[in-house]
Design a protein around this ligand. Sequence first.
Ligand code: UFG
Length: 329
Amino acid sequence: MKVLVVGGAGYIGSHTVYELIRAGHEVVVLDNLSTGRRHSVHPEARFYEADIRNHSDIAEVLQAETSLAPIDVTMHFAAKLIVPESVDHPLEYYQNNVEGLRTLLGVLVEFDISRIVFSSTAAVYGQPADGICREDDQTKPINPYGETKLAAEKMIHWVAAAHQMQYCIFRYFNVAGADASLEIGLDKDQLTHLIPLIMQTALGLREMFYIFGNDYDTPDGTCVRDYIHVTDLAKAHVAGAKYLLETDQSLIANLGSGSGYSVKEVLDTALTLFDLPYQYDERRPGDPDRLTADITRAREILGWQPELDLLAILESDYNFRRKLIADSL
Ligand code: UFG
């Protein structure tokens, strides 16, 4: 199949491009390189620098590509995704995540591209009472990031109904780790996510690792999350695109590991591998106590199963970060 990957130079997008190419598919990448990296785009993918908020940018790419061969599926990864940043700058999140999607969907409708795989998030659930998120549960975001993704999900639903499109909306839990080749990983200037910050501290790039809050409603007081390896997540996207091609159905599915770990448990697992200094700090705004995925639906409908555990996630992020340091010397 021929897949347009919007945001294919970013972290999850670039890993999905690698998995699509490994599975023998043709890939076109569109990215504005605001956070993505040109060198993260697989050499066998065709790359266009373009911004999803610019209608003519996207239309030009689709004109060029659809004149070669039809695009079977679009995957849309281009979005802002940092919870605390969204609390401070909600308008930027609405502009990128909602307005950007509206523009993209408009062009897809014009070019009659009818299948989309969309990156959503566990943040749409807010704080479920038992901490376990099932797709049919109530959605009640507690931060602007989750709100913009929920608005995006609803937009896709209504546009799909009006224009005979099919969609696969994936609600990601906490994605981490790097491709086994170590060619790509989470490579950004401003890292905020738990696992990369632990690893940067272990590698001596930071003096101290801070645990944000120890008075949450969890067994050890630190927040519980569900960590999934980016390669497992990328493979689910290949399965999702195949599902759209082979059925006339749409799907909303959680992508996580199905297991929850507290921040302290993640840190303790890392401490079995390396030593690092840490201390407790204040709560971070916008953090729910517990978020763990029920992944029954993705398992049953897509036949997908995560294969890499927390230790593998930690090791691969560490190895990627060590390679970044070696490459910069
Ligand atoms: N944390 C620390 N110290 C740090 C960094 C993070 O204690 O230095 C804590 C956070 O407070 C939080 C947990 O680690 O409790 C995880 O934080 P991340 O920043 O790694 O990830 P989030 O849970 O905030 O968000 C991620 C994605 C979202 C997704 C969410 C779903 O960025 O897109 O997971 O669980 F919605």
